[in-house]
Every structure is written in C-alpha cells, then in structure tokens.
Design a protein around this ligand. Sequence first.
Ligand SMILES: [Zn+2]
Length: 121
Amino acid sequence: MTEINVITPKVEEQKARCPYCSFELEKTPTRKQKCKSCGKEFLARTHYLTKNKILLTEKEASIYDEQKDKYYVDKSLIDGLKGYINIDSNEVDNLVEKTQEELNAKFGKVASFKIMKIEGV
Ligand SMILES: [Zn+2]
C-alpha cells in the first residue's frame, strides 16, 4: 500500500517528475501530458487543500478525484450543520479543529480529510 504524498512541495519550487518513471520534466505540466521518457500519460491537478500542482497517474487521479469529491461533501455537510444548529460558524470550526486534535492525540497520527491511501500501486 502506498500513500500518495498530497502535501508535496510546490512543483514550482522543485523539478516536476513523471509519476510513473520519475523522469525530470522541463516544465510543470498544467494538463494531461505524455511522458517523453516512458510514453505514459499522466494528469495534472491543483490540490484542493494545498493549491499545489500535483502530477498523478491515471489510477491515482481517479482516486484523487473521489477523495476531492468526498472532501467537498464532508465540508458541505459541516457547513450545512452550521446552518441547522444555528451557532457561530467559528465555533463549529473550533470544534472540528479540537476534535481533530483529540483524534490526533488518540491515534498518534493526523486525522483529516486529506489522507489518501491507495491499494496496490
Ligand atoms: Zn515517465
């Protein structure tokens, strides 16, 4: 099992690499592109949390897109709850943050929407 490193440093600050063969790319691709080295197609995304450019294999991209959708569903769920219980939205954000901190302490790792696991990559 491989974890996609979604908190990658900004590609602009380092050389972008092909997600298949790690071939160093001259320019940071902004869309789907074929690797000059291995000939495989990879996709470019702007990460929804970090706003960093990330390069993904097709398989990773489909998982990433699902994760992104889930994140926004979760987020709108929380935003919806804010309206329902009619309390200060900052208070809800603090509660979410506090709960995450408690979970982090409990499990010894970061609890968040942004952890992505991929089977068999
Ligand atoms: Zn390649």
